[in-house]
Each structure stands twice: as C-alpha cells, then as structure tokens.
Write a protein that binds this ligand. Structure first.
Ligand code: GLU
Length: 396
C-alpha cells in the first residue's frame, strides 16, 4: 500500500512539474512515534502514530486496532490521510495511528486499558490544534470517549476537540457514524450522474462493517434503484440476485451475527469480487484487488471504501479495461469531512442538526467528485491519478 501511495504521489508530482524537493516533502512523514503498550506482564503491544503532513492544518486521521498493524501500513495510511484532507479542501493535515492487536481477543477492561495507555504516551504530541485522532478499523465511539477522557485528565482540555468520532453524549456529531458510507453513496451517485448513467444498477459489498453497512443503508434510502445483491464479512459472503435488504443485514450484524450463519446462497469472498454486477464496493481492508484477482472483475465501477483496497497494478489494469475506480481518498472521505464538522462544532461549542451536517457533507463530496472528474478529463488520466493531482494542487 505504501508503494501504491508513493507511486500515485510521484506520478501526480510529475504531471504538476513539482521539484524533487517538493516531492520529497510529500513522500516522507514529518514525525513517527513508535512505542509499546503493556497489557499485562507477559504481553507488550506495538503502537504507532505517524504524522505525515500538517501544511494545511493540524494532523488528522484514525487509529486502528488490528493484528496486522505495522509501521509501513500506518505510514501509508497517514500519507493517504494527507491526500484525502487536501483533495477535499479541508484545513487539516494527515496522520494515522494503530495498535497491533486483535481486539476480538480482548475484554472491555483490556480495551479501555490499551486506549488510555495509547493517549498517555501520545498526549504531548496530539491535541485540538496539533493532531486530532478518530476511529478507524475496529475502533469506535466508546474507545474514542475513553481516549478523550484520558486526554482531558492529563491536559485539563475541556473542548473535547482533541478527538473526533465521539459518542453523541460526549461531544460527538450527529451523522458521524454513517458519514463514510453516506459520503461514498453521494460520490458514486455524482459520478454516475456525470457519466449519464441513470439506469438501475446492481452492486456487491466486500466488508459489511461500519462503512459497508452504512453505504448499503443510505443507498437503500437515497438510491432505491441500486440493488444490493451480495455482501461479505470476514466469515463468509452471501449472494442473492433478487436483492438483499440492507436493514435486515445490518440488524443481523448488530446482534453479533456472522454471515456464515445467515440463510442465503453463500459464495467465497473471491467469487463476490468476480460477480457480474454493475458496481463492486470494497469496504474491507487494503490490497483486496491485486494482480492475483484483477482479471476476474466484471463490474464496471469499483468503489474504494476501504483505504487502499486496489493496488497499483490492479488500478492500471482496470483503467485500461475501462473500469472506473472511484479512489479511496475521495470515495471514503465522508468520515473525515464529518470529523472536521465535529471538530468545528466542539471549538464553537455548538451542536448542529443532522440535516445541516449531511447537507455540508454532501456539498464537500459533490464538489470533490466534480473536481476529480474534471481533472481526469483535463489530464487524460484515471480517477485515482486525478484525485492525487487534485490533492497535490491543494498542497503546493
Ligand atoms: N479513519 C477514517 C479515515 O480513514 C476517518 C479519519 C478521521 O475522521 O480523522 O478516513
């Protein structure tokens, strides 16, 4: 993923005639924090916060808890955050954090301990005007609430603008939980409109977690002619050509269900990606489409709702085949857009209505999609390359 991000930045820098020094500043993080968290006497976990670039404003980006977290992954994700905030025109920079742990193996007490210890180490380097972390894979409002509480105890900060993605009762924003999924629906809807595609369509979602489930729920409401025909979680993939109900799937998952136990036709996750659907939504993890499986894609549109799900080889290949990849730094930016709105509300000591938040989200996403499509025409490039060109224009 790091290689793909750097490749895209280098390509965009060449197209914009940036100097080698300018390029170097965009490739390397400004600060890297690597430390250990002691869970008990026998277990030490590796933890990271990588602050990539703060040229446009305070560093911004999530924290993930996942056993595969490592320095290069966090570096790539931090780089993508800089590109994301810049492409969306937000006055924020890019960072990412992570702890190498499988949260499913932990109880609540252990989760809280890790969350607080993470902040104990990083408190001098983060804060409302320095670096504002948020949730990411396997982290949620509860974890962020613990982190804000710890930060406030250590620093006496009462603004709660130190983190975003908080629960509503702890200074969170209406619309934040659904924001990434909603943003993806807006972005895809706009792209289809610009391309004159106004027929009903079918789609499959890889990864029915927070992002994937809200993509499906919001599109069921706002885009009734889009039919969800397949969805996967880490246990299995289900496929029903006559259509799946997003609310039913979301309720099933909310009760702790695994798709392997859901009554429907089951396919493998690789088969899901090869289905003959109009749109393939990738909302699981990075490197989902690579040289190994890119040739099997039958969809006409691929939406990167995870960070880095299509690697550079697959991206180039799909572009040549005329398959549009809606890039992560635009498609999944709804989360950080509403994080920005949450931070603003905290600093102003206000609470905006959900309608106001969604309306602002919609205008950010629509404008960014239009900008990317225009740049793709102007520079005769893929949407991914265009999104990086847009980001670099806003960073230089
Ligand atoms: N983790 C999300 C992302 O990758 C949100 C980051 C944020 O809100 O700061 O975009």
């Amino acid at each position: 993923m790091l290689e793909t991000a750097r490749y895209n930045i280098t390509y965009a820098a060449e197209r914009l005639n940036l100097s080698p020094d300018q390029l170097k500043l965009l490739l390397e993080p400004q600060a890297e924090h690597e430390f250990t968290i002691k869970l008990d006497k026998a277990i030490e976990l590796k933890a990271y916060r990588i602050q990539h670039n703060n040229k446009r404003g305070p560093y911004k980006g999530g924290i993930r808890f996942h056993e595969q977290v490592n320095r290069d992954e966090v570096k790539a994700l931090a780089t993508l955050m800089t590109m994301k905030t810049a492409a969306l025109g937000l006055p924020l920079g890019g960072a990412k954090g992570g702890v190498a742990v499988n949260p499913k193996s932990l109880n609540l007490t252990q989760l809280e301990k890790i969350s607080r210890a993470y902040v104990d180490y990083l408190a001098p380097y983060i804060g409302p005007d320095k670096d504002i972390p948020a949730p990411d894979v396997n982290t949620n409002a509860q974890i962020i609430d613990w982190m804000v509480d710890e930060y406030s105890k250590l620093t006496q900060d009462t603004s709660r603008a130190s983190f975003t993605g908080k629960s509503l009762s702890h200074g969170g924003s209406l619309g934040r939980e659904a924001a990434t999924g909603r943003g993806g629906v807006i972005c895809l809807g706009e792209l289809l409109k610009l391309r004159g595609h106004n027929r009903p369509l079918t789609y499959a979602i890889e990864g029915f977690g927070n992002v994937g489930s809200f993509f499906a729920l919001v599109s069921q409401q706002d885009q009734p002619s889009w039919k969800l025909v397949a969805a996967s979680d880490s246990s299995s993939a289900i496929y029903q050509p006559e259509g799946l109900n997003a609310q039913v799937l979301s309720d099933f998952k909310a009760k702790g269900g695994s798709f392997k136990d859901f009554k429907a036709n089951h396919v493998s996750s690789e088969q899901l990606k090869a289905l003959k659907v109009d749109v393939l939504v990738l909302a699981a993890l990075e490197n989902s489409l690579t040289s190994k499986n890119m040739k099997q894609v039958e969809a006409r549109y691929v939406v990167e709702m995870a960070n880095g799900p299509v690697d550079k080889t697959a991206n180039n290949y799909l572009y040549k085949r005329g398959i549009a990849v809606l890039p992560d730094i635009i498609a999944n930016a709804g989360g950080v857009v509403v994080s920005y709105l949450e931070w603003r509300q905290n600093l102003l000591n206000q609470q905006w209505s959900e309608a106001k938040v969604n309306q602002k989200l919609s205008s950010y996403m629509t404008e960014a999609t239009n900008n990317v499509v225009n740049i793709a025409h102007q520079y005769r490039t893929s949407l991914t390359e265009a999104a990086f060109i847009l980001a670099l224009k806003n960073l230089s």
